[in-house]
Design a protein around this ligand. Structure first.
Ligand code: 5GP
Length: 336
């Protein structure tokens, strides 16, 4: 454990609302139930059963079950003050203490509009919390949800570009959400705009068997800097990824619990390790997957079948790759 704690490493794939400590959610739920906002469309029952599900350890039988966890969380994080508290708690979780989980955190979140805040306010609140730790330690990735319509996509990318031009630590744009939703061709223009403004691009890609190879190739043609999961790439897609040296954000526990990968033995990380290809080990959603970054690194060191059985030198190299893949490292020419 000492080895893992001291290893330089970056967390590059952590969703804000999937990483909030359960103790804070319980606190917010108590406050919510004591004085529910007039505008809320979510009943106490849904909040209670959502929290109970998270406390008991969510029953995730397939990736679709995982997405049902979020409505209760979103009801609780709907004001600037609850969002600031949640962000602060997540930053503390990753960056505070004698042995912080990582040396650098790129936190990602989808800007939400509520009766209490605009999408721009949402991003500014999160960035305000990141600012306490500084740009050397943190960056924000704005997630776009595959279900967003053109107006919202345009609005979000416009805000991200504006915030970057103001010198805020908004470093990239992500594509996430229900892997079966959306039209990938229609999304291209928004990622082109983000790239032209010097923002890094990361895409959740080929997470499920339902994602057709055609869609994967479409997404790869956006020229992403990194890819989330990339579990079901066919040979053509793998060759492109290897050729472009696109870093893969690997989330071992998430894949096992969502059952997109049956065992660590068969995990696609092995393919990338064999090809000496850039990867970053990440937590994805520490709350439902009950994990931490050191926990994910421990899975690499542990002997099979519990872990991957990698050597300390191999794990150290993975940590170095994660630091290399930070969006803040993008070449200046690309960020001009
Ligand atoms: P938020 O963006 O609200 O801070 O974080 C939660 C959101 O991230 C979820 O509603 C979902 O859209 C997205 N998300 C979290 N984990 C995953 C994942 O493993 N795959 C995909 N496609 N989206 C995810």
């Amino acid at each position: 454990l000492n080895f893992i704690q001291k290893l330089p490493k970056a967390e590059l794939h952590a969703h804000l609302n999937g990483s909030i400590p359960i103790s804070l959610l319980q606190e917010l739920a108590q406050e919510y139930i004591a004085s529910p906002p007039h505008t809320s469309s979510i009943s106490d029952d849904i909040i209670q059963s959502g929290l109970k599900n998270l406390l008991d350890g969510p029953s995730i039988n397939e990736i679709a079950d995982f997405f049902t966890l979020f409505p209760a969380i979103y009801a609780l994080i709907s004001t600037p003050s609850s969002l600031a508290r949640a962000t602060r708690a997540v930053l503390r979780l990753f960056l505070d203490g004698e042995y912080p989980q990582c040396d650098y955190l790129e936190l990602r979140s989808t800007p939400k509009e509520t009766s209490e805040m605009t999408r721009e306010t949402y991003l500014r609140v999160v960035l305000g919390e990141l600012a306490y730790y500084g740009k050397q330690k943190t960056g924000l990735i704005m997630s776009l949800d595959r279900k967003m319509g053109p107006e919202v996509l345009r609005e979000c990318v416009g805000i991200a570009i504006k915030l970057k031009s103001e010198g805020e630590s908004l470093v990239g744009v992500d594509l996430c959400g229900d892997p079966t939703a959306g039209d990938m061709e229609a999304l291209r223009t928004y990622f082109d705009d983000a790239r032209s403004a010097g923002l890094g691009i990361t895409l959740h890609i080929a997470e499920t068997l339902q994602n057709p190879p055609q869609e994967t190739l479409q997404l790869l043609s956006y020229s992403p800097d990194r890819l989330g999961h990339a579990t079901f790439l066919d040979e053509q897609a793998k060759n492109l990824v290897l050729k472009n040296k696109t870093c893969i954000e690997i989330c071992l526990s998430s894949n096992l619990l969502c059952k997109t990968v049956p065992t660590l033995e068969s995990h696609h990380i092995r393919y990338y390790l064999q090809h000496n290809h850039p990867i970053a080990i990440c937590t994805d959603d520490a709350l439902p997957f009950r994990t931490s970054l050191p926990g994910e690194y421990a899975l690499m060191l542990a002997q099979p079948p519990l872990g991957l059985g990698l050597s300390e030198a191999e794990v150290k190299a993975v940590g170095e790759m994660s630091m290399q893949a930070r969006f803040k490292n993008l070449p200046i020419a690309e960020t001009a």
